[in-house]
Design a protein around this ligand. Sequence first.
Ligand code: FMN
Length: 234
Amino acid sequence: MTNQRKSDHIELFSTDSDIERGGNYFDSVHLIHRALPEISLEEVDSHTIFLRKRLTFPFMISAMTGGKSDQLIILNQNLARAAERVGVAMGVGSQRIALTDKQAVKSFQLRQYAPSIPLVANVGAVQLNYGLQLSQVDEIIGMLEADAICIHFNPLQEVIQPEGDWNFSSLSEKVQAVIEHVKVPVIAKEVGCGFSLPDIQLLKQVGIKWIDVAGRGGTSWSRLENHRRKSHGS
Ligand SMILES: Cc1cc2nc3c(=O)[nH]c(=O)nc-3n(C[C@H](O)[C@H](O)[C@H](O)COP(=O)(O)O)c2cc1C
């Protein structure tokens, strides 16, 4: 099911351009052109350190995909090669599928393609209410040889998904248990709707130090999942 969902997502992006809402926070940033920069380009250094590794500039390919089909395997391998080549970080899509379907593991074994950049593992917070064990969180991190793990929060997407998981109770405590258990940084990540101030306060209280707000600039997951509801006849 998860593999089909991941393939549906890729397909729907290519057939409904309005899933990309077109809002772009960079639109509010106006860079003033300098005709007399008065420095050599060689003096410009955009590098930064992220997860103890050097990036050529502060950029991360965010979590998107993985699964057992050749399309998803090749997609992840190519993203990893590209990220390594330009020196940016890469996150993978939810690795839940690889816990139940070993054929999907290959799509997350990306260290060989990206030996030097930060790779970030991924799993949904709500899965902690549906049997995800701490040992499986270790497994997810291990298969990617990840430098950190993103725990994603996607309640809006889950409630619209035909096969979504709807029990979001007491997740903050369970996230705290993950933070205390794993050996890598834990990043709290939304998937496109952003975190409110109370969310961030709660995450901080349970020990989260890293947050990817994934604000509502681009992808509309409610629109995308709504298409999937129709195609699933629900
Ligand atoms: C095809 C696709 C699949 C995604 N799958 C995941 C996922 O498995 N886990 C996750 O944390 N985020 C996932 N995301 C969310 C992105 O990582 C990102 O947070 C989101 O698209 C918000 O960025 P945007 O507003 O620029 O689109 C996915 C995004 C896309 C486009």
